[in-house]
Design a protein around this ligand. Structure first.
Ligand code: NAI
Ligand code: PHE
Length: 353
């Protein structure tokens, strides 16, 4: 591995640790602390290489900086990646518990410069352990005194984003509209339930057959995961992994709206221009998926009630309306308008709260 992955990054600190006993490789990337301590979830999965794991942590940490700034939360951006020695579902409970303890040691070493939370491959129960052993984890389960998982709030925010992006595309009701959801995990399944109540025609894909079966029971039809990007829809909702939409996909995808939870869904900001040129309304991911961050930081740092959290999640709609308005007025993409909004907040320094 070369050091390019480190020298090409603009973040504040990137720490790494390999543990021989468990075979796990731990990365914590602190992108920015200019608005407050860095915060962002712990992603645990198997990677093709340690360089991939470092690059993923760095990209995701950068997205957290943008997310916190766009949501006007008093935190910076960071992310943890645990590159597992095997896929997550092949890691047994004893090994996982040991891996969590090592991650907790790493969090304790950073001593509050970085706060973690749930992400792909980790849960509220894992946050209970990390918090008990380090003191620096958001999103503990309610029985352990926390506010619970971020996923339901993320889904709520994604749904608000879908509605506002659809309105920007001239779609004012989901009744009978084709909504295509990629990824039926914690967020995607909740989004499906919300869209179902509004009478949408639901199409979904997941690599996990049990999750697909559940979606069918909720009234969805299933497409093969390999065919998602060829399936026409009114609203496409990516809720699996990032790096999905590159220039080729943006040129071919048949939808009016893209609004989902996946972090870093565009391979590059310029892909936002490609979507805009085709008249596809894109809800920038770091705004559309900020409901979870609003829930965790709102409840655990700012002391908000559940009602205040819900009101701020609704505010994602107003933020997107501003972004769409700025994009229209300036002849720029919504992605660029969102990046400009976050940059202005970061340049202004600390949060007003
Ligand atoms: P999850 O791990 O519960 O769900 C992801 C789902 O995607 C799983 O069901 C998995 O089987 C499926 N999947 C993976 N590869 C796929 C493929 N190629 N095609 C179709 N399905 C595939 O994760 P969660 O929490 O639902 O998050 C989804 C996305 O949203 C992730 O990218 C995450 O980083 C992002 N996100 C999550 C937040 C949260 O609060 N949970 C907050 C903000 C972003
Ligand atoms: N991992 C989630 C996200 O990407 C939730 C999260 C937010 C976790 C803030 C920690 C801190 O938004």
């Amino acid at each position: 591995m070369t050091v390019d992955v480190l020298t090409s990054w603009d973040g504040a600190l990137c720490s790494a640790r390999y543990d021989r006993e468990t075979g796990a490789f731990f990365v914590i990337a602190l992108h920015s602390r200019s608005r407050g301590p860095a915060a962002g979830g712990t992603r645990a999965r198997h990677y093709g290489s340690y360089a991939d794991a470092i690059a993923d942590a760095q990209r995701l940490a950068g997205a957290m900086t943008l997310k916190m700034a766009a949501a006007d939360l008093p935190m910076g951006g960071g992310k943890s990646v645990i590159a597992l020695p095997a896929p997550r579902d092949e890691i047994d409970d004893v090994l996982w518990r040991r891996i969590l303890s090592i991650h907790a040691e790493n969090l304790a070493t950073l001593n509050g410069s970085y706060w973690t939370g749930p992400d792909v491959g980790t849960s509220s129960a894992d946050m209970d352990v990390l918090h008990a052993e380090s003191g620096f984890a958001f999103g503990r389960s309610e029985s352990a005194g926390g506010p619970g998982s971020s996923a339901p709030s993320t889904a709520q925010g994604v749904y608000v984003a879908m509605q506002h992006a659809a309105a920007e595309a001239g779609i004012h009701s989901f009744e009978g509209r084709r909504i295509l959801i990629q990824g039926l995990g914690a967020v995607g399944m909740d989004v499906l339930q919300l869209a179902r109540k509004d009478g949408a025609e639901l199409i979904a894909a997941d690599v996990d057959e049990e999750r697909c079966a559940r979606a069918v029971r909720l009234g969805a039809s299933i497409v093969d995961p390999a065919e998602v990007l060829d399936t026409p829809s009114d609203v496409f909702v990516p809720c699996a992994m990032g790096g999905l939409i590159d220039a080729g996909v943006a040129a071919a995808i048949r939808t009016a709206v893209v609004a989902g939870a996946a972090n870093n869904v565009l391979t590059d900001p310029a892909v936002g221009d490609d979507l805009a040129r085709r008249g596809i309304v894109y809800a920038p991911d770091f705004i559309a998926n900020s409901g979870g961050a609003i829930h965790l930081v709102g409840r655990e740092v700012l002391g908000w009630s559940t009602e205040e959290v819900a009101a701020h999640i609704d505010g994602i709609g107003a933020t997107l309306d501003d972004v769409f308005g700025t994009a229209r007025a300036g002849g720029i993409s919504s992605e660029q308008a969102a990046l400009d909004l976050a940059a202005a907040r970061l340049a202004a320094g600390g949060s007003p709260r």
